[in-house]
Design a binder for this molecule. Sequence first.
Ligand code: C2O
Ligand code: CU
Ligand code: CU
Length: 506
Amino acid sequence: MGLAVVLLVSVPVLNYLFFSKVTNAGLSFTEPLQLPALLEPKLINGEKVFELTPIAGETFFRGEKTARTMGYNQGFMGPTIRVNRGDNFVANVTNTLDVDTTVHWHGMHVPPEMDGTPHQNIAPGETWVSRFPILNEASTMWYHPHPHGKTAEQVFRGLVGLFLIEDENSQGLGLPNTYGVDDIPLVIQERLFDDDGGLHYELNKGAYYGDTILVNGTHNPFVEVPAGLVRLRLLNGSNARAYHFGFEDDRTFHQIATDGGLLEAPVAIDRIRLSPGERVEVVVDFTDAASVLLKSFPENGLLETAESVLADLIGNGHFDILKIVPQPAIIPPTITALPAKLNDIKRWHPDEADKVRRLVLGGPVTAGPRMPGPGPRIPINGKLMDMARVDEIVCLNDIEIWEIVNRGGQPHPFHIHDVQFLILDRNGAPPAATEAGWKDTVMVEANETLRFITQFTTYSSTHVPYMYHCHILEHEDGGMMGQFLVVDMECDLDAPIVLPGMTHDH
Ligand code: C2O
Ligand code: CU
Ligand code: CU
């Protein structure tokens, strides 16, 4: 009886002592939020040509000294690329770093040789040209490096930028859409600073977790917005942490988009989880002109037991993120209501699938080389990433169901290149309204089977693969990644397909 009472009391007390505290408490929110500049393209022969130059930098964040950083065209982070569906996009990427890099267009439907994977390595001094038409619908995409085994450190140094797509639908809806005024990008990342303000990349708890939040590279930020409806485009650009965003006053806001496009209709919420690599667009009503804090709360349920928090840092972030200060004088808010309908989403019936593919996350490693990257060795279907091995072969235009089975004890944000997918179910249950749109990255919970459906169209190659991987960057660098080809040939999947210079070990 006495023991039971002690246990009943001790769990909330432990929670209070260790977990209900704001990790980064005490911010003064005095730094104006930096807004990534829009990158201006040159118009050449009907193409929009963008110049992206990865460079090394020195950036002051806090403390006394600068930190060693990297950026695109600037010392830290990159400018925002904004295009319209149908544009012919070209990027000239000139690597001025002293290390190899690549630029990957996360979420976008592009040819495999233009995707910026480890197979499109850019050595120091080289220029890589990536050219493709913008086929994706209006959405918040992003770009980041993807070099073999070195992605995590380069993203940590600052190589990350936004890639916004607009189309006729998004422009006709009357959504807040003035960049940096009522349509504000928020790239959320975390860092662990040295006492003097320096940064060094070192794993803690199996990945890179920090105790300091940067929003668009700004520490301690505030932003002034119009006192009306404001659209926030949130990207979790952190290496490993998932956030649960909401406001300190628990106000309701509306989610309007998932990773790859607008939802069919706005969804009223007061929290939204974002795992590494995921994006959402939300619209928040600041008509009351009251300042409010955007926060990240610990995951529901994680507060219930001490073990789950300790075992599972990924969802444990309790942070103050950004002070939002509505200013009635900024612009007269022109948008006063959200449209009831945002988008049409064409949904496949599971019976239409040509193939069901099963990927098992975690378990023992049965194949794969030593990876150059740090991080735990977590396999997919028993295998660690091998640049010379094709893991899956998909037939062009096939509709497929991918069944992602998480056998490990921790959640993994699963990401696939080339396509946007629709979640069918999680352990048999249909997805929440917040996830019922186009996705390219999705958290697969421990002991969960998640099924999604997609179609592999337009691009094929007999020798250049796309990737799928965990978007905890230390897991990716440690080998939690596989390669798939989309092939345009007689698709007898039981017959071995022999590829020049590659093995297909299915
Ligand atoms: Cu954002 Cu293959 O990654
Ligand atoms: Cu990607
Ligand atoms: Cu993982």
